[in-house]
Design a protein around this ligand. Structure first.
Ligand code: KG4
Ligand code: ZN
Length: 340
């Protein structure tokens, strides 16, 4: 089976072709970062309009690279939510129309299921069951992943997501959007221990997160004295360490409590190098193993949507003719594969 996948839930337009036997044949992505930078964040209407401009050329290029056409494609998967509704609708309308014209099944995929399954694209995929830490711009979740489609929520954030914490701290430091990678970049020059920021919820039992207090602490640090480049680097370093410590601490606790030894870390923040280093070291020390997607598939992309789509289409799942797009969509409401 070979599927085409389309992702357009936020500010990345992406297309991929995945073959069940030959693997990922091609993937293309256009990031709208430059478009939104002057506004300091994603402007939903501009995002939708740019998806309309970018998706068709991306589709043509990606199909050519994959040397695939309607005759070799057996289904079209697209991100149906959660995300910006206008942005979702552009990809959904394109995908549903292509599937209709090509007379193949179409399937709306859950964006977070895509992130969770992204490590399946790697040469050593994670075993099931495993624990997954999903850390993106909108979500921070710990899940027990029993099988594809069988997800049990263990804990989530009460306020900001980890990516949001990175982005908000970066904004307070005057760094350009998107803040996460920028903060990580300048943190490298920060002095370890120059200042200490709180590790919210780390000392409390349970698997919930909270990052809004960290933002306030960063604000105080920013106001405390002159914000030189060196001071910015120190604050960035301290903020990154605090976020990483909390994520690592809670992930270790989830592994311990579940008795599982495999951990998947995915979503945009899993691109963070410090998080990768520290998580790998700590989980190994505990006798477990961590699985990450490759860096380019940590952030939004269509290859991960293809993985989730292929698994579900193969299991016989498909949508009707309606175009599906849902701004909100609980991950736990997904149906497991192989069920009735
Ligand atoms: O998964 P993603 O691309 O989009 C969502 O579904 O939200 O995640 C984007 C988030 C942003 O908050 C961004 O700042 C963060 O991931 N991010 C990073 C890094 N790369 C992306 N945060 C810290 N360090 C990074 N290297
Ligand atoms: Zn995402």
């Amino acid at each position: 089976m070979r599927v085409l996948a389309i992702e357009s839930s936020c500010d990345e337009s992406a297309v991929a072709v995945l073959d069940e036997e030959r693997g990922l044949l091609a993937h293309g992505l256009f990031s709208q970062i430059d478009l939104h930078r002057v506004f300091g964040g994603v402007v939903p209407e501009l995002a939708s309009r740019d998806h309309v401009r970018r998706l068709l050329p991306l589709l043509t290029d990606t199909l050519a690279q994959a040397q695939s056409g309607p005759a070799d494609l057996h289904g079209v998967a697209y991100t149906a939510g959660p995300g910006l509704i206008g942005a979702l609708l552009t990809g959904a309308a394109l995908a549903r129309s292509l599937a209709y014209a090509w007379q193949v099944p179409a399937l709306g995929v859950h964006h977070l299921e895509g992130h969770l399954l992204a490590p399946l694209l790697e040469s050593e995929p994670p075993p099931f069951p495993h624990i997954a830490l999903l850390v993106s711009g909108g979500h921070t979740l710990l899940m027990e992943v029993q099988a594809i489609g069988r997800y049990r929520l263990l804990g989530e954030t009460r306020d900001d997501a980890a990516g949001e914490a990175f982005d908000k701290a970066a904004k307070l430091l005057g760094l350009p959007y998107p803040g996460g990678p920028e903060l990580a970049r300048i943190a490298a020059a920060g002095r370890p221990g120059a200042l200490q920021l709180p590790r919210p919820m780390l000392d409390r039992p349970g698997l919930e997160f909270s990052f809004s207090g960290l933002k306030t602490a960063v604000l105080h640090a920013v106001r405390e004295r002159a914000l030189t480049d060196a001071r910015k680097a120190d604050i960035a370093h301290a903020a990154q360490e605090a976020i990483v410590d909390v994520l690592v601490g809670k992930a270790l606790r989830a592994l311990m409590q579940s008795g599982l030894d495999a951990l998947v870390v995915s979503g945009g923040v899993s691109a963070n190098r410090r998080l990768r280093e520290e998580m790998t070291a700590q989980v190994q020390r505990q006798g477990g193993r961590v699985y990450f997607p490759r860096i380019e598939f940590s952030t939004d992309n269509a290859a991960m949507i293809a993985v989730a789509g292929l698994a579900r289409l193969k299991a016989g799942r498909q949508d009707g003719l309606a175009i599906q797009a849902r701004a909100r969509w609980p991950l736990e409401s997904l149906n497991p594969l192989g069920g009735p």
